[in-house]
Design a protein around this ligand. Sequence first.
Ligand code: PHE
Ligand code: FE
Length: 295
Amino acid sequence: MNTPRRVEHQQTDRGTIPVYATGVVEQPWDDYTSVDHHVWGELFARQREVLAGRACQEFLDSQNVLQMTADAIPKFSELNPILREATGWELVGVEGLLPEYTFFEHLANRRFPVTWWIRKPEQIDYISEPDLFHDLFGHVPLLMNPIFADYMEAYGRGALKAHGISEEALLNLTRLYWYTVEFGLIRTAAGLRIYGAGIVSSKGESIYCLESDAPNRIGFDLERIMRAQYRIDTYQQTYFVIDSFEQLFEATLPDFTPIYARLANQPSIRARDVLDSDDVIHRGTREGFATDEDA
Ligand code: PHE
Ligand code: FE
C-alpha cells in the first residue's frame, strides 16, 4: 500500500516492530523457521489432495496462477503483482484479527489483511483463530476471480455503512460473511463444490460439508441467511449453496437499508433449523449435533 502512516511500535516475540494505523505490518518472511515452512507445506499438500473434486475450479485454478506451492510459505510481495494485475486486490500483513471497522476499511479499498504467522505443528488439524494458512490458502485464491473480488469490496463498503446503522445490521452482515465467504458451497455441473475459506482450510470440514448426512444444505436466500445463527465451535449445521458468484454479487447489490429495517422485526433462526420456505437441497439428519445453544 502507499506509504502507510506509522503510528506506534509494538513489543512482540520478534522484538519491537512498527504497526501502522491500519494494523498493517511487513511480512517478516526471513523470520520463518524451517518448521513454519514445513507446516505450510504439509497443510498445503494435504488440502490440495482433499480439495481435488471438492473445491470449486475457480479456487483450484487461482491457486495455480498465484503459484502457491508446498515448497515454502509464499511471499506477499510476490503474490501482490499477480493479484493486482488480475483484480486490483492486494494483500497486507497483520498480526492477527483487526478491529472490525479497520478490517472493513481494508476490504472496501481492496486490501485483504493476511495474518503473517502460521500455526504450530500440534495445531495442524485445528486452530481457533485465523493464521497464515487460513487467510492465505483459504481466502486469497478467490480474490483472483473478478466477480468475487467485486463482492468482497462491496461487502467492505456495505459493512462500513451497516456500522453506522445499528449493531443488528452489522450482525446481519456478519452472518452473510460467515455463510458465504467462510462456509459457502456452490452448485456446479459436476455437483456441489466448496468455495468458503473456513472450509477449504479444514480437512475434516472439507469432507463433512459435502459428504455427511448430518448438516442441512439449503439454497442461497439473502434475508434467510441474515437471520441465521451460526456455530463457531463445531462444523456448521447448515450450509448455504449459491448457483454462481454472479448470483451472490447481484443479490447483494441493492441497498440493504430497508432490509435491515425489515429484519429488525423478525426472529433469528437457529443454525440447525429448516424452514418450510427453504429451498432444501439436503435435509440434515442432525446426527452428532451439539445439544447446547448456538454460539
Ligand atoms: N448492497 C449492500 C448495502 O447497500 C452492501 C453489500 C454488498 C453488503 C455486498 C454485502 C455484500 O448495504
Ligand atoms: Fe476467514
